[in-house]
Design a binder for this molecule. Structure first.
Ligand SMILES: NC(=O)c1ccc[n+]([C@@H]2O[C@H](COP(=O)([O-])OP(=O)(O)OC[C@H]3O[C@@H](n4cnc5c(N)ncnc54)[C@H](O)[C@@H]3O)[C@@H](O)[C@H]2O)c1
Ligand SMILES: C[N+](C)(C)CCCC=O
Length: 485
């Protein structure tokens, strides 16, 4: 049975749904129709305090359980998520407007992957023994305590679980604040975790805008903050966390390069550029939106791209045949339209799209600009919409230098049949998540995250454990103490 879009209540605290209608109303709008599909309330300061108190109390007992016990609960939750993939995907599509064709394979399933992976790791999180003559040191991997997760609107279920799974596996508790634009799915994650046996208070969801996030970060009970969001928000969150020496993970924006050499398989390269620009209607942090195409294949690349673009069905995102859905909000579409106008004004050549699609939803045509130069606004700033900028280049050295000429460093891709060149180029590009003859693959087994302004720390893989735990080292002296007096 499909989930109702109106949840039982706005927040999930201490194992149960709670609400306080004194909180400002948060309407949830279905991006495909512009209609309100649920109304929630922003958490009041008292509710935020309640969530943090519940998390702080629950964390102590949660951390006392064995890793195997914690892991079993996470993997049971993963199983429930997979079983309910259809209903969760329909809800995710209502929340975000992303086509069901995507949500049914990339959102709840990625969340389940994370719970399964970190559930599997939980039992093997150990310290080490360091022998020093007859003395020795042992280390203990300890949880941090209460962690705060703050999410962006493009991958609500995935973001909640990419943060919760490693945090909980390590014995932490979490208070998660989803984006105010897409608040529905995280509540289902909380409900499912409790159904799988998670003790009340270990994972809590509070709704709200920036000030709710700010209250969470400023609270002394919080040991760590993991944000997925824009660079401007990242600066604020990082600064607030730093003033109290809290641990951080920052998953921020990007303007990633995708470099296509003239020896690349043309159809694979075009496919990579499509994935890197139009998946999730272009609302992906790691998108390769600066597509550098070597001059020799530029015309063939643009021609093949135009042909393939004609086959993309745009429309009702709940229809399993739809490939491109609406933007998440009217505001986001206006931002994208502003960038398209800027591209035209600054002299880029519009080769496809560029217009909004009439109707009640927030649809816009997938847009391609050619003859883009590095100094144009559309080549410098993150657009977060379906707008591809194609730039030409002559040789490898030029491509590398221009690819790196950005404040961001989230992702990069290269398409070539010359495997030595592929490794050489990727080796010189300053970015955290890179792809060779592919784009945007993000399996939970691999670290994900950015360098430069795109972020701090990594999500997923074994390395995430280091971001949700700390080592205590204990020196053990076997003989007498030799003090100076
Ligand atoms: N690197 C990644 O993994 C990744 C993934 C998805 C999205 N993103 C980035 O997210 C951005 C789009 O998402 P968005 O528009 O929701 O981002 P945003 O920065 O506007 O908001 C992100 C979250 O931060 C909260 N927030 C805002 N101000 C805050 C404050 N002062 N203190 C605490 N919390 C605050 C928001 O309520 C929201 O939940 C893009 O820049 C995109 O690249 C990055
Ligand atoms: C899994 N993807 C598609 C790489 C998205 C990661 C989160 C960024 O927006």
């Amino acid at each position: 049975m499909a989930y109702e879009t109106q949840p039982t209540a706005s927040h999930f605290i201490n194992g149960t749904y709670v609400d306080d209608i004194a909180g400002t109303s948060l309407p949830v709008i279905y991006p495909a129709t512009g209609k309100v599909i649920a109304t929630l309330h922003e958490a009041t300061p008292a509710l935020v305090d309640q969530a943090l108190a519940a998390a702080a109390a629950a964390q102590i007992e949660w951390a006392k359980m064995t890793g195997r016990e914690r892991g079993r609960i996470l993997t049971d939750a993963a199983r429930l998520i997979r079983k309910r993939n259809h209903d969760l995907s329909v809800l995710e599509t209502y929340d975000t407007g992303k086509p069901y064709q995507e949500t049914s394979v990339a959102d709840a399933s990625s969340a389940a992957d994370a719970l399964e992976y970190f559930g599997g790791l939980a039992a093997s999180l150990t310290g080490e023994h360091i022998q020093l003559g007859e003395d020795w040191v042992y280390t203990v991997r300890e949880p941090l305590g209460v962690c705060v997760g703050i999410g962006a609107w493009n991958y609500p279920t995935q973001i909640a679980c990419w943060k919760a799974a490693p945090a909980l596996a390590c014995g932490n508790a979490m208070v998660f604040k989803p984006s105010e634009t897409t608040p529905l799915s995280a509540l289902k994650v909380a409900e499912i975790l409790v159904e799988a046996g998670l003790p009340a208070g270990v994972f809590n969801v509070v709704q709200g805008t920036g000030p709710v996030g700010a209250q969470l970060i400023g609270d002394p009970r919080v040991a760590k903050v993991s944000l997925t969001g824009s660079v401007p928000t990242g600066r604020k969150v990082y600064a607030a966390a730093a003033s109290n020496m809290k641990h951080v993970t920052m998953e921020l924006g990007g303007k990633s390069p995708l470099v296509i050499f003239d020896d690349a398989d043309l159809d694979n390269a075009v496919g990579g550029a499509i994935l890197a620009n139009f998946y999730s209607t272009g609302q992906v942090c790691s998108n390769g939106t600066r597509v550098f195409v070597q001059k020799g294949i530029k015309d063939a690349f643009l021609a093949r791209l135009a042909e393939r673009l004609k086959t993309a069905t745009i429309g009702d995102p709940q229809d399993p045949n739809t490939i491109i859905g609406p933007m998440v909000s009217a505001r986001q579409r206006e931002i994208v339209e502003g960038y398209i106008a800027k591209g035209i004004e600054e002299g880029a050549r519009l080769v496809a799209g560029g217009k909004r699609i009439d109707g009640d939803g927030f649809f816009i045509e997938p847009t391609i600009f050619a003859d883009v130069t590095d100094n144009m606004t559309i080549a410098k700033e993150e657009i977060f919409g379906p707008v591809m900028a194609v730039l030409d280049f002559e040789d490898e050295a030029e491509a590398i230098a221009r690819a790196n000429a950005t404040e961001f460093g989230l992702s990069a891709g290269v398409f070539t049949r010359d495997i030595s060149r592929a490794h050489r180029v990727i080796g010189q590009i300053k970015a955290g998540s890179c792809f060779i003859n592919s784009y945007n693959d993000a399996p939970v087994e691999a670290p994900f995250g950015g360098s430069k302004m795109s972020g701090v720390g990594r999500e997923n893989s074994k390395t995430a454990i280091n971001h949700y735990s700390q080592l205590k080292s204990v020196y053990v002296r076997m003989g007498d103490v030799e003090a100076p007096f």
